[in-house]
Design a protein around this ligand. Structure first.
Ligand SMILES: [Zn+2]
Ligand SMILES: [Zn+2]
Length: 393
């Protein structure tokens, strides 16, 4: 799909018009300041057919520029041929249209979206839905209230069982990312995608009122660095007891992304891992990095470290970045001990994820111990501050 981006500009104006229309249709006068953003749903999936079902009264469908009522709970199946969408509702075939939108004036209105080809689970979303054909698939764009979106991402990221202060911390980071990346997919006609490329989003968190409460209590608040710039609000599952610095992983020195010792996540489920690899594969990779393995005996590969290090040091003064080993061997983290037994390399690792920024399992524990969202953010992002934006962005 990404390879087709050179087609994008030709349909860019068309999409902007569509989105403007959807935005216009969905705003009631008293909600004119409600912040909505557009999210490209199932961004990596080639959707051929889908089904939508309004869960709230009052949805309208826009077909060929005309609005008609859409009955609650009544399924609408949508497939396409060429660039036209074909909708069927029960036995009725609706008029084919290049663009279909589900519109509601209430940002908390809900609809269910289920993929039929390929098959997918039914998910509940809030707000409006805009559909059109591009890249040989149905493009699905959800125009959603910003706070509902933030709550949805928080649910996708940490599930529904954490403490309120963790949801507040997570909401601050999600909002900070959103504010700094709203143009990431603009040329495709939406703000952010729903994949980890941007932030994982699988729909509404309305069944978890305290998640939405966490986002509302931090409304318009973002995290900035000492210079007042939005931070790179990264997080990961578990740091293994010490977070990684941006310098070691991304090779960029970032004042607030330093390595910190984390006593909170050591007993969590993501804290430890093991993996066995063939010694030959290990050697082959090291050779590709310029290591002369003929000069190293098995004990030369041993490595043990109580602290997170950037480089795997080998005899002869050669070192290979742990992040390269992690990437090549698809390891859970870039912090591990190495032992050799026969023709095997045994890795014993700590943590899960890149290790930079907030450690989610550590933050979860901090919230359980009564720490506030501000304390959690300050612990993982040294020197960062939480500020309230002057006005809604
Ligand atoms: Zn994205
Ligand atoms: Zn941690």
């Amino acid at each position: 799909m990404r390879a087709n981006r050179h087609f994008i500009k030709s349909v860019f104006t068309y999409r902007v018009l569509l989105l403007a229309l959807v935005a216009f249709c969905c705003l009631e006068p008293h909600r004119a300041n409600a912040q909505r953003i557009s999210i490209g749903l199932y961004d990596t999936c080639s959707i051929q057919e889908l089904c939508v079902r309004p869960l709230t009264e009052g949805y309208k469908i826009l077909l060929n520029g005309k609005l008609r009522e859409l009955e609650k709970e009544k399924e609408l199946r949508i497939a396409f041929q060429e660039r036209m969408l074909y909708c069927t509702q029960g036995a009725e075939n609706l008029q084919p249209s290049g663009h279909v939108a589900l519109l509601h004036t209430d940002p908390n209105s809900q609809f269910e979206l289920k993929l039929l080809r390929p098959q997918g689970e039914a998910r509940t979303y809030e707000g409006n839905l805009s559909l059109f054909v591009d890249f040989g698939r149905i493009m699905c764009i959800n125009l959603v209230d910003q706070e509902n979106y933030i709550a949805g991402v928080a649910l996708a990221e940490v599930g529904g069982k954490a403490k309120p202060e963790l949801y507040k911390a997570q909401a601050l980071l999600i909002r900070t990312y959103l504010m700094g990346n709203r143009t990431k997919h603009l040329e495709e006609g939406f703000n952010l995608c729903d994949q980890v490329h941007c932030q994982a989003y699988k729909g509404s968190a309305s069944k978890y009122p305290y998640i939405l409460q966490g986002t509302k209590q931090t409304a318009n608040m973002v995290v900035v660095d000492g210079a007042g710039e939005l931070i790179t609000s990264v997080f990961h599952a578990n740091c293994g007891g010490q977070t990684a610095s941006a310098r070691d992983v991304w090779l960029t020195e970032t004042s607030y992304l330093q390595s910190v010792r984390d006593p909170y996540c050591r007993r969590a489920r993501g804290a430890n891992w093991k993996k066995t690899l063939s010694l030959n594969d290990w050697k082959r990779f090291l050779q590709s990095k310029g290591v002369v393995t003929e000069r190293i005996n098995n004990s030369g590969y041993l490595y043990r470290s109580e602290t997170r290090e950037g480089m795997y040091e080998l005899p002869g003064g050669i070192a290979v970045p742990f992040r390269d080993l992690r990437e090549y061997f698809n390891l859970k983290s870039a912090w591990f001990d190495v032992t050799v037994e026969g023709g095997q390399v045994n890795l014993s690792g700590r943590g899960y994820g890149h290790g930079i920024g907030m450690c989610q399992e550590g933050a979860m524990r901090m919230a359980e111990e009564g720490k506030t969202a501000t304390e959690i953010i300050s612990f993982y992002f040294r020197g960062a501050r939480i500020i309230k934006l002057e006005r809604a962005q």
